[in-house]
Design a protein around this ligand. Structure first.
Ligand SMILES: O=C(O)C(=O)C[C@H](O)[C@H](O)COP(=O)(O)O
Length: 208
């Protein structure tokens, strides 16, 4: 395993689920992060999809125990913005050579998105073997990942996209899966910290 993949694997092993967060209002960042960490989900993926995402990374890093990363990182500029804000890991929906090279150069734990055998082969060629499988359900669900993994057993995954409390156990039972990503713990709108913490605790208790 490459060093960068080893460091991202540490993040993947913090909990069975990485919450994928779309923070619409900066006021939500602190209560959401506190509730998730209190519930046992320390790795937090803040997607760069909203205007306050970069600020949200900075705010969430103040929560003791939180390991805050950036998601929806599409190019080297996004990667730099995320690192400047203090992101500790980087997640992308796909992989381009430009983005992969930037992650290698900046030596940041990087979880590139893959959806098929060719994507996984490009990632392996670049030295990445800890990968996101996205969009996990739409790309064929657990049977697809199982089939892709058969010839590419050195790659291990965090399936994300359509993962739910109902199907997470099936994903986590696969040899190729280290953890899953999902947004179900934090629905849109004003956060309900008690509910988020309870849902995080259930997610943190999933077997793998
Ligand atoms: O933003 C990114 O970088 C992505 O790759 C997409 C997210 O991982 C999915 O949108 C999460 O999917 P749901 O759990 O189905 O909500």
């Amino acid at each position: 395993m490459s060093n960068l993949s080893a460091s991202v694997e540490k993040v993947m092993r913090l909990a069975p689920v990485i919450p994928v967060l779309v923070i619409e209002d900066i006021e939500h960042a602190l209560p959401v992060a506190e509730a998730l960490v209190a519930g046992g989900l320390p790795a937090l993926e803040v997607t760069l999809r909203t205007d306050c995402a970069i600020e949200a990374i900075k705010v969430m890093k103040q929560v003791p125990g939180a390991v805050v990363g950036a998601g929806t990182v599409l190019n080297p500029d996004d990667l730099d913005r995320a690192l400047d804000a203090g992101a500790e890991f980087i997640v992308s929906p796909g992989l381009t050579p430009r983005l992969g090279e930037a992650a290698i150069k900046r030596e940041v734990p990087f979880l590139p998105g893959t959806a098929n055998a060719s994507d996984v082969m490009l990632a392996l060629d670049m030295g990445f073997d800890r990968l996101k499988f996205f969009p996990a359900m739409a790309a064929g669900g657990p049977p697809a990942l199982k089939a892709i993994s058969a010839p590419l057993a050195q790659a291990k995954f965090c399936p994300t996209g359509g993962v739910t409390p109902a199907n997470a156990p099936e994903w986590l039972a696969l040899d190729a899966v280290i953890c899953v990503g999902g947004s179900w713990m934090v629905p849109k709108g004003k956060p309900d910290p008690k509910k988020i913490e309870a849902d995080a605790r259930t997610a943190a208790g999933l077997a793998r």
